[in-house]
Design a binder for this molecule. Structure first.
Ligand code: BGC
Length: 759
C-alpha cells in the first residue's frame, strides 16, 4: 500500500492534493474519482455514533445509535476490558452507519470540576485516562474503524476555548497534560489525532509544530493523520507546516486555493503537502478495507449500555438502606426519573435507539411496592415551592423516597463552564425538605463531574452517583437499587468539599486571553494530598454491597534497577455476603527526588471479581515510567536512585498495604552545572564535588580563606552565613576571594566547567 500511495501522490494534481487536505463537507474528506480515491466519513463521538444523514448539515438530527454512558461514567468502571467491549460495539454501529472514523475518545485532564465538558473526559489522573483510552481505542480499531484521540492538547476548559492561551510549565505538560495522549498514541495507535482549539504556551494547537510534529510524531511515533477540531485552523500554511494534515470542516475553497498559491509561489514546500496527503491517504485506504453497511444488534448494545452504566455508578454513601429490602411504598421524586438525563449537550449528543425510563424500570423490579411520582423541580432555574411541597407529602407517606436529581444542561454542557459546583437552588431545597421528613431517602445523581454536597449530604441515607449514564441508565439504577447488581464503580475524580478548595481555583478560567496553570503538577488528588486538604470523596473511592480485605503484599524485588521494573502482588478477599468487584489501586511515592514530586501517583490498578469468601492474588507490574519524572533541563524522563513507597489502596485515601523498595537508576546524566550554579549544586553534583573541593584546597594552600572543605567553608563563613554561602553562585563567592585567584572569577569558573565537561 505504501508504494501504491506514493504512486498515487505523483499522479495527483496540486489542486487535488490541496483539496484532500481540507474537508469536502462537515464530515467527509474529498473524493478523487479520477484516481479512485474514496472519501472518508467521520462522525462524533465519543460515546455513540452521531451520524447525520446529510453530511452538509450542522444541526440535523443524527441516525439512531446507542448512547453509551459518557466518559465520566466509563472511567468510573476502571475496566479496560469493558471499554474495549464498548469500543467494539461503537465500531459495529459505525460500520452499519457507514462511518470510517469515530471522533473520540477525549483524554483531556479534569483540571477543574467546573469544565463544562468534563463529562466527555475520563479523569484527573493521566495514568487512568491513558489506560482507559487504550482499551477504548483498541476496541474500536479491532473492527477496522478508526478513532480520533482528542483534543490535543490542554483543552481543559470551555471558557474562551477557541482562543485561550494555556500557559503550562514543561513538567506539568509532560507529566499531566500530555501523558494520557502519550500512552494512547504509543500503546493503541489511534488512526487520527484531533488538535485542540486553544493555544498552548502562545501557539495555537493547530499550528503547534512542537506538539504535532516533534512530540507526537518524532517522539511518540504517531503514524496517522492530525485533524483539526472543527474550525480550529487559523492560518492554513502555519498549520500544515506545524503538522496538521486535515482541516475540518469543509468545504473551504479559499483554504484550498491558499495552499495551491503557497506552493506555486514557493511559500510552501510541496513535499510537505505530499506528506500530509500521504498520511491522509493511508487512513482513507485503510478505512476502505472495512466493508460498511448492514445493521447492528440494537438490543444487545442496549444491554451492554445497561451493564456499563451500572459498572460505572459509584455508591457514595449508604447507611445500609441499599440494596432495598422490599419496601412497601416508594416515593419517586425528581423530574429525571421520568425524563432521564443521560448524556451531555454539544457535539457528542446522540439520537438514542431507545431510552430506559427510570421510573418504569423501577416499577419492573419493585414487585408489590406501590410507586408514586412527583417532579420535585422545574426544567428551568426558577424556584417553585409548590413542587417541593408536593414531593414532601409523597415522601412522608411512603416507606422510602428516591430522589432523582439531574444537573440541568443549563449548568453543564459543551461550550461553557459551570459557574459553581452546586445543584440548583431548588434541587438543594428539595433534598433538604424531603430528607427532613423521610430518613429513608436515596439521592440518585446525574451529572458529568463533581458536585458539592455539604449543604445536604447528612440528610439522605444513601447517595448513588449515576453520571450521564447513557440510554440504558434508568435500568442500571434499578438494578443497583434492588441489588441485582452490586455497584463496583469508583471515582476517577476527586469530589471536593467546596469550589475554593479546588486546585485551579486561583488560576481559572484566566483573563486577558491567558489561563495560567499555576498549580503545575498538582491537580486532583495530587493537590489535595500535598495540601493535606480534606475532600468530600477521594479519588478512587466507591462503596459496594460487600467488603474486601487486602493482605500479603509482595514485591518481586526489594532492590531493583529502573529498567527492570517490579511486580507487586496482593491478596484480596471478599469478606462480605455477595459477589462483587474490587478496584485495587497502586500508588507510588518517591521518598527523595531532585525535583518536587506529588505525594503519590497512581501507577497501576486492577479490577478483580470475587465470590463471597473468595481470595484472589492480584498482580500489578510497574515499569520504568512508574518511577520516572520528566526533567525539563535534561528534556527526558529520568529516575533518581533511592527509596520508593509502594502503596496499595482501595482509594487514594484508603491505603491498605505498603512496601518500601530501593531503585537503582541506570542513567548516566550529563552535568547541569553552569555559570549560575550555586556552591550547593556544585557539591551535590558527583563530578562537580570532585572538582570543586580540590580547587578550594589549592586556593587554601595558596593562602586564601579557609575554604578547602565543607567544614572549612563553615569555619570561614560561620554557621549562620554558611546556608547563605551554599546558595550563592560559585562565581559570586569567587568574587569575594578575587585576590587569591590567578585568573578572573569568570575565567576561573569557565576553567572549572571545562574541566567538568572533559571528565
Ligand atoms: C468539538 C469536537 C467535535 C467536533 C465535531 C467540536 O466543536 O470540540 O469534540 O468532535 O466539534 O463535532
Amino acid at each position: 500500500m505504501t508504494n501504491q500511495i506514493q504512486t498515487l501522490i505523483t499522479q495527483m494534481t496540486l489542486a487535488e492534493k490541496a483539496a484532500l487536505c481540507t474537508g469536502d463537507s462537515r464530515w467527509t474528506t474529498t473524493e478523487v474519482e479520477r484516481l479512485d480515491i474514496p472519501q472518508l466519513l467521520v462522525s462524533d463521538g465519543p460515546h455513540g455514533v452521531r451520524r447525520v444523514a446529510d453530511i452538509h448539515s450542522l444541526a440535523q438530527k443524527s441516525e439512531p445509535a446507542t448512547c453509551f454512558p459518557t466518559a465520566s461514567s466509563l472511567a468510573a468502571t476502571w475496566d479496560v476490558d469493558l471499554l474495549y467491549e464498548v469500543g467494539q460495539a461503537l465500531a459495529e454501529e459505525a460500520i452499519a452507519l457507514e462511518v470510517d472514523v469515530l471522533l473520540g475518545p477525549g483524554v483531556n485532564m479534569k483540571r477543574t470540576p467546573l469544565c463544562g465538558r468534563n463529562f466527555e473526559y475520563f479523569s484527573e489522573d493521566p495514568f487512568l485516562a491513558g489506560a482507559l483510552a487504550v482499551g477504548f481505542i483498541n476496541g474500536v480499531q479491532s473492527k477496522g474503524v478508526g478513532t480520533s484521540l482528542k483534543h490535543f492538547a490542554a483543552n481543559n476548559q470551555e471558557f474562551e476555548r477557541f482562543s485561550i492561551n494555556a500557559k503550562i510549565d514543561e513538567r506539568a505538560l509532560r507529566e499531566i497534560y500530555l501523558a494520557a495522549f502519550e500512552t494512547a498514541v504509543t500503546k493503541a495507535k489511534p488512526w487520527t489525532v484531533m488538535c485542540a482549539y486553544n493555544k498552548v504556551n502562545g501557539t495555537y494547537a493547530s499550528e503547534h509544530q512542537r506538539l504535532l510534529t516533534d512530540i507526537l510524531r518524532d517522539e511518540w511515533g504517531f503514524e496517522g493523520f492530525v485533524v483539526s477540531d472543527w474550525g480550529a485552523v487559523h492560518n492554513r500554511l502555519a498549520s500544515l507546516q506545524g503538522g496538521l494534515d486535515l482541516e475540518m470542516p469543509g468545504p473551504k475553497e479559499a483554504r484550498v486555493q491558499a495552499v495551491i498559491n503557497a506552493v506555486n509561489n514557493g511559500e510552501l514546500d510541496e513535499a510537505l503537502l505530499d506528506e500530509a496527503v500521504r498520511r491522509i491517504l493511508q487512513i482513507v485506504f485503510k478505512a476502505a478495507e472495512t466493508p460498511k453497511g448492514g445493521s447492528f444488534d440494537v438490543a444487545a448494545h442496549h444491554a451492554l449500555a445497561r451493564k456499563v452504566a451500572a459498572a460505572g455508578m459509584v455508591l457514595l454513601k449508604n447507611n445500609g438502606i441499599l440494596p432495598l429490602q422490599n419496601p412497601e411504598s416508594i416515593a419517586v421524586i425528581g423530574r429525571s426519573a421520568q425524563e432521564p438525563h443521560f448524556q451531555g449537550g454539544g457535539s457528542s449528543h446522540i439520537n438514542p435507539t431507545q431510552v430506559d425510563n427510570p421510573y418504569q424500570e423501577l416499577q419492573k423490579l419493585a414487585g408489590p411496592a406501590g410507586l408514586t411520582y412527583a417532579a420535585g423541580y422545574p426544567t428551568d432555574d426558577t424556584f417553585q415551592q409548590e413542587l417541593i411541597d408536593e414531593a414532601v407529602v409523597l415522601a412522608q407517606a411512603s416507606s422510602v423516597a428516591l430522589l432523582y436529581i439531574a444537573l440541568p444542561s443549563f449548568k453543564e454542557s459543551e461550550g461553557y463552564d459551570r459557574p459553581d459546583l452546586d445543584l440548583t437552588k431548588q434541587q438543594v431545597a428539595l433534598i433538604q425538605a424531603v430528607t427532613a421528613v423521610q430518613p429513608n431517602t436515596i439521592v440518585i445523581l446525574n451529572n458529568g463531574s463533581a458536585v458539592a454536597m455539604s449543604a445536604w449530604i447528612d440528610g439522605p441515607a444513601a447517595i448513588l452517583e449515576a453520571w450521564m449514564m447513557g440510554q440504558a441508565g434508568g435500568g442500571a439504577i434499578a438494578d443497583i437499587l434492588f441489588g441485582h447488581t452490586n455497584p463496583g464503580g469508583k471515582l476517577a475524580e476527586t469530589f471536593p468539599l467546596k469550589l475554593s478548595d479546588t486546585p485551579a481555583h486561583l488560576n481559572f478560567p484566566g483573563e486577558n486571553g491567558v489561563v495560567r496553570y499555576g498549580e503545575g503538577l498538582f491537580i486532583g488528588y495530587r493537590y489535595y494530598d500535598a495540601r493535606e486538604q480534606a475532600v468530600l470523596f477521594p479519588f478512587g473511592y466507591g462503596l459496594g454491597y460487600t467488603t474486601f480485605a487486602y493482605s500479603n503484599m509482595q514485591v518481586s524485588a526489594s532492590t531493583f534497577q529502573d529498567v527492570d521494573g517490579l511486580t507487586v502482588t496482593v491478596d484480596v478477599t471478599n469478606t462480605g455476603l455477595v459477589a462483587g468487584q474490587e478496584i485495587v489501586q497502586l500508588y507510588v511515592h518517591d521518598q527523595e527526588s531532585r525535583l518536587v514530586r506529588p505525594t503519590k501517583e497512581l501507577k497501576g490498578f486492577a479490577k478483580v471479581a470475587l465470590q463471597p469468601g473468595e481470595t484472589k492474588t492480584v498482580t500489578i507490574s510497574l515499569a520504568y515510567r512508574a518511577f520516572a519524572y520528566y526533567h525539563p533541563a535534561y528534556q527526558q524522563w529520568i529516575t533518581d536512585n533511592g527509596q520508593f513507597d509502594l502503596l496499595i489502596g482501595a482509594s487514594a485515601a484508603d491505603i491498605r498495604c505498603t512496601a518500601v523498595v530501593t531503585m537503582q537508576s541506570t542513567l548516566t546524566l550529563p552535568t547541569l552545572l553552569n555559570r549560575d550554579s550555586t556552591i550547593r549544586t556544585w557539591l551535590d553534583d558527583p563530578l562537580g564535588h570532585g572538582i570543586l573541593l580540590p580547587f578550594f584546597q589549592k586556593l587554601q594552600a595558596q593562602g586564601a580563606g579557609l575554604i578547602g572543605s565543607e567544614d572549612g567553608l563553615r569555619e570561614r563563613y560561620g554557621e549562620n552565613s554558611m546556608a547563605l554561602v551554599m546558595d550563592m553562585p560559585l562565581l559570586s563567592v569567587l568574587h569575594s576571594e578575587e585576590n587569591s585567584l590567578s585568573l578572573s572569577p569568570e575565567e576561573t569558573v569557565n576553567n572549572l566547567l571545562q574541566q567538568l565537561h572533559r571528565s
